[in-house]
Design a protein around this ligand. Structure first.
Ligand SMILES: C[S@@+](CC[C@H](N)C(=O)[O-])C[C@H]1O[C@@H](n2cnc3c(N)ncnc32)[C@H](O)[C@@H]1O
Length: 283
């Protein structure tokens, strides 16, 4: 027989011994998402009996974490800007940093009406769905994603949230031809931006995420170049392009935006004070 407190402590130990640095918060997340038991309840009811079935489930999850499968894939969900999104193998787990892209894009656009926005490289749909929620009827939002697996989660999130956005499973470097020039008020994107040669050096958890979501080509900047080139004419006058960028990419992406005719270029930092988002305007 095992108590709730013993089960919780055992999970913490298993995660700690597997080298999970954030083992305390992961243990809390697992208890909450699997059994709807929060930490306060554990403190107050630690002597209660914990069933063997539930304990087996904990051990199973800890085993998977030992092989560095991201916790979000094991649980099948993650949190982004206060909302729960479905995720799993084949789709990038939304990162906290991406909220900077969503918030800064929203701040720049919020005074306009009848907006038409496209999110390129949508993945789970976290950007497109959150922007639609923020703008409501003020914006028509499109999301484009090429990967079958990612698109599956994108659709699942759209459906479960009853989000009124238009999703397209397509290659952004082909589908742009289907849109008229001067169509969009904003092009928003968190594209793959890791240098090809750096991919092997990533944390094991990240390596289990899809390469197509990470690989930004030889210098990591391929998507910025091609998106600017292909999509510039699709943006309306006074419309914007907004990108999430990787570490120390700000100067390079700024030059790409300038070379492609964007002006009023602004950078925005993440919570670690690192430039994370770049926004340019088509004058
Ligand atoms: C860095 S992830 C971003 C996912 C999501 N927007 C987010 O912020 O969590 C990049 C996404 O681009 C998709 N992708 C890569 N190449 C693409 C292409 N040519 N056309 C459409 N989507 C593409 C990948 O499958 C992946 O889901």
């Amino acid at each position: 027989m095992i108590t709730l407190r013993q089960a919780y402590n055992e999970l913490e130990n298993l995660l700690k011994n597997s080298g999970i640095s954030d083992y305390k918060s992961e243990a809390k997340i697992i208890f909450y998402h699997c059994f709807e038991i929060d930490y306060e309840y554990i403190i107050l009811n630690g002597d209660k009996i914990f069933s063997e079935d539930k304990f087996e489930k904990i051990v199973e999850i800890a085993e998977k974490r030992k092989s560095k499968i991201p916790l979000q894939y094991i649980l099948g969900l993650c949190e982004f800007m206060g909302e729960i999104f479905f995720v799993g193998e084949g789709v990038l787990v939304p990162r906290e940093d991406t909220s900077v892209l969503v918030n800064e894009s929203y701040n720049i656009l919020k005074h306009k009406n009848n907006l038409k926005i496209v999110d390129l490289c949508s993945g789970s749909g976290c950007i497109a769905i959150t922007l639609k929620k923020m703008f409501g009827d003020k914006a028509d939002v499109y999301g484009i994603e090429i990967s079958d697996k990612a698109y599956y989660y994108f659709r699942k999130n759209v459906t479960s949230k009853h989000s009124d956005i238009k999703t397209l499973k397509a290659d952004i470097f082909e589908i742009y031809k289907n849109f008229d020039d001067n169509s969009f008020d904003a092009i928003i994107s968190n594209p793959p931006y890791i240098k090809e040669e750096d991919i092997g050096k990533l944390q094991k958890e990240v390596l289990l995420e899809p390469k197509i979501a990470l690989n930004g080509g030889e210098d990591g900047l391929e998507y910025y170049r091609k998106i600017c080139l292909n999509w510039y004419s699709k943006i309306k006058k006074r419309g914007i392009i907004a990108f999430e960028i990787g570490f120390e990419q700000n100067d390079f992406v700024k030059s790409i935006l300038e070379e492609n005719g964007f002006e009023n270029i602004k950078l925005f930092n993440d919570i670690n004070n690192i430039p994370r988002v770049i926004i340019g305007e088509k004058i």
